[in-house]
Design a protein around this ligand. Structure first.
Ligand code: URP
Ligand code: ZN
Length: 449
């Protein structure tokens, strides 16, 4: 007897779209096809789209920013993720004060036993010379990737070029993916001063202090260094036409992934003119509309582009009444990634099927490949983890009241979304049935390397 049987599932399979039944046994996909046999639980998927569970490569759950921390925890965030069709998060541990080993172990303490879907970590390295040789081996076996910040000197997180190069060598030696936050600190310092001297303030000033060149230059530098060292590179939250063009060009001859985010695909810097514009302060900032179309072009045309949420749940009171350069960066989004992207793909002329295939690629398959999780994840295939999400293809509102993130605001409240989760299965357990949370206890696993 199967544990779960998903019936009549119109599914994105590696060979294309097909309508199949999917049988789940002991947390894995056991069989796919027109299946007989009984099951402890049957999920009717008629009229729904079934995808390999989406993987969010970029979340900041309970994450520090200057004097603040994001207002969520892993139990709440993994629940909200499932309501958005995401069955795995890749979050961060931060080496900074504690040291890498201690930081990783503390972070795992926040995760293990408390999560509703699987979670892995990227380790943000702030001093590549601190871990010993043996510790690097230990770290590599417990995380999916490293992250190097090329900016945020004020948060003691920035690596200079020499440190970044040494981290790249560690990435090669330990065979872990290197991911970067690519913005040029010195240029930002300059433009920040310029904005302040011109008397510009508020959210607009943030965009002025971080013009596109800041991102483009840092991406060029990181791509060039990664080529020199001979490692794959993953560039986080690409927001500009120029930045993504550098990646697309480099992708012809080196392994370089470009991650963009729903906010750069669907929103633009005009939000900074609103009275509550500081809510959208993030890094990199929102851009003029021309960048959006370039990012969509790359997302639909380059198989090394993925979409992550950069979920960072700060509440309005944490972002208000502060000078613009002190506002905690980031917005909530772990639940809204799929509806924003799916709607955007349809709006750009993709037919139903093409849009579904592209959605699975951008949110699941390519992320799994980039982080070394494929084919355990990122695919509807026999023996893969039974992480599966069934969506009703209906238009949805993304306001704070309709979402589950526990945030009192939604950056996408005025954006049209497509897709509501009807069923979500994570690790073979039904977490959402017919749109209702099943009250399954936390059963997600920590995913190391
Ligand atoms: O604005 C962004 N990207 N927020 C994330 C916070 C961080 O620490 O990178
Ligand atoms: Zn981030």
């Amino acid at each position: 007897m199967y544990d779960v049987l998903m019936k009549n599932a119109r599914t994105v399979l590696p060979e294309g779209v097909g309508t199949v039944d999917i049988a789940i046994v002991r947390g894995r996909i056991h069989a796919i096809g027109r299946l007989g046999g009984s099951a402890k639980e049957i999920l009717d998927c008629s009229g729904l789209w079934v995808f390999p569970g989406f993987i969010d490569p970029h979340t900041h759950v309970h994450w520090p920013y200057l004097h603040e921390s994001t207002r969520d925890n892993f139990t709440a965030a993994t629940r909200a993720a499932l309501f958005g069709g995401t069955t795995m998060l890749i979050d961060f541990a931060l080496q900074r004060e504690a040291g890498a080993i201690e930081a990783l172990s503390a972070r795992r303490g926040e995760i293990e036993g408390k999560i509703h879907c699987d979670v892995g970590l990227s380790l943000a390295i702030t001093d590549p010379d601190e871990p010993s040789e043996e510790e690097w081996t230990q770290l590599a076996s417990a995380v999916l990737a490293y992250k190097g910040y090329m900016i945020y000197r004020n948060r003691q997180m920035m690596l200079d070029d020499g440190q970044l190069l040494r981290l790249m060598h560690r990435s090669r030696q330990t065979r872990r993916l290197l991911t970067v936050h690519a913005e040029n600190q010195a240029l930002h310092d300059h433009f920040l001063l310029e904005a302040k001297s011109a008397g510009i303030s508020g959210a607009r000033a943030w965009a002025r202090a971080k013009p596109p060149v800041i991102e483009e230059e840092a991406i060029r530098r990181a791509v060039w260094m990664a080529r020199m060292v001979g490692i794959p590179l993953y560039v986080r939250h690409v927001s500009t036409a120029e930045g993504i063009a550098v990646i697309q060009k480099a992708a012809n001859h080196q392994v370089v992934f470009g991650e963009t985010c729903p906010q750069y695909l669907a929103l633009d810097e005009s939000l900074y003119d609103r009275p509550d514009g500081t809510l959208w302060i993030m890094s990199p900032p929102l851009r003029p509309p021309r960048h959006r179309e370039a990012l969509w072009g790359a997302a639909m045309g380059c198989d090394q582009v993925v979409v992550g949420s950069d979920h960072c749940l700060f509440e309005p009171e944490q972002k208000a009444h502060l000078p613009f350069d002190q506002v905690p960066n980031g917005i909530p989004g772990v639940e809204t990634r799929a509806p924003v992207v799916w709607q955007g793909l349809r709006a750009r002329g993709l037919a139903d099927r093409e849009a579904a295939v592209q959605l699975a690629e951008l949110l699941s398959t390519r992320v799994a490949r980039a982080f070394g999780l494929y084919p355990r994840k990122g695919v509807v295939g026999v023996n893969a983890d039974a992480d599966l999400v069934a969506f009703e293809p209906v238009s949805v509102k993304m306001s704070a009241e309709t979402l589950h993130m526990g945030s009192s605001w939604s950056p996408f409240a005025e954006t049209e979304g497509l897709g509501r989760v009807r069923h979500a299965v994570a690790g073979g357990r039904v977490k959402i049935r017919d749109g209702e949370w099943t009250d399954e206890p936390p059963s997600g696993r920590y995913v190391g390397s």
